[in-house]
Design a protein around this ligand. Structure first.
Ligand code: ZN
Length: 203
């Protein structure tokens, strides 16, 4: 049974609960689109996706089929069950007005960024008691952030393509929060942010 089927416009956001056992899929409709994503446990959203715990549990930097997304209290929140892209970033974080300014130019400060989308979603979801402190380190689905031999990070052109998707199973009741990245100053969106589709089906 379909729980939702929604196209997130380029640069827009999405927030929705996903019950335990449900399948959740994100499709990169046009390719090369970074999908900045946070997960929270329900009903207590103080427990949330934890990048450090996830990397430690799987002993890998990138996410793909079989990866278990761990919570800040050590529980598996979701398991990636299918992936036609191949790998997803855990390190690059979300773009922000501040990083746009530092990385690119002073006048980039006022461009819309993922962190603004996260804060807007949190602010407009009064039922979930989310705030600024909940906008912690996120996953970037479909985004290519290679680790250099020196241990640095680079934002590289995408490895995703049109209609590639990633699917996961919720292991507990979760809330998904997405910023469909509006970034125009690096190649993470192929210099052209595009829509993505999110779907979920009950167990
Ligand atoms: Zn972004």
């Amino acid at each position: 049974m379909s729980l939702f089927d929604h196209v997130i416009p380029a640069g827009d956001g999405f927030l929705h609960a996903i019950p335990a056992g449900a399948r959740f899929r994100i499709t990169d409709l046009e390719g090369n689109q970074a999908v900045d994503t946070l997960f929270f446990c329900l009903p207590d959203t103080a427990e949330r996706y934890d990048a450090a715990a996830t990397l430690q549990a799987q002993r890998r930097v990138y996410l793909t089929t079989g990866s278990r997304l761990m919570s800040s209290r050590g529980r598996c929140m979701l398991t990636i069950t299918g992936d036609t892209c191949g790998r997803h970033d855990t390190l690059g974080g979300a773009c922000a007005c501040e990083t746009n300014q530092v990385r690119y130019a002073l006048e980039k400060r006022h461009m819309h960024a993922c962190r603004e989308t996260f804060l807007l979603l949190a602010q407009n979801a009064p039922g979930y008691a989310l705030g600024k402190r909940d906008c912690a380190h996120n996953i970037n689905f479909f985004m290519n952030v290679p680790v250099t031999p020196e241990g640095g990070l680079t934002f590289a052109d995408g490895i995703s393509g049109p209609d590639r998707w990633v699917e996961m199973r919720a292991e507990t009741d979760v809330l998904v929060m997405i910023s469909n990245c509006p970034q125009l100053n690096n190649p993470c969106n192929g210099w052209n942010p595009t829509p993505v589709r999110v779907q979920a089906w009950a167990a």
